[in-house]
Write a protein of this length. Sequence first.
Length: 65
Amino acid sequence: MADDELMLLAAKDGNYSALLHTGAARKAGTAVVNLPQGMESAQAVYLSFASERRGMYSEDQYFLL
C-alpha cells in the first residue's frame, strides 16, 4: 500500500486526458504534479492510487480547479 502510485486524469470541456502515471508514491504523503500536455487549463482532475502491479485501484477523488 505504501508503494501505491498516484494516478491523475484531467478533464476540460467534456474531454479527458489519458490516465497519467505521476510517479508519486503514497508513502511520500505529498506530491507536485504537472497537468498533461494539452490539458494545462483543465477544469478538474480525478486522482486515485494504483497498486504496484496495477491490479487494484482506489476509489477516485474529483477536484475542481
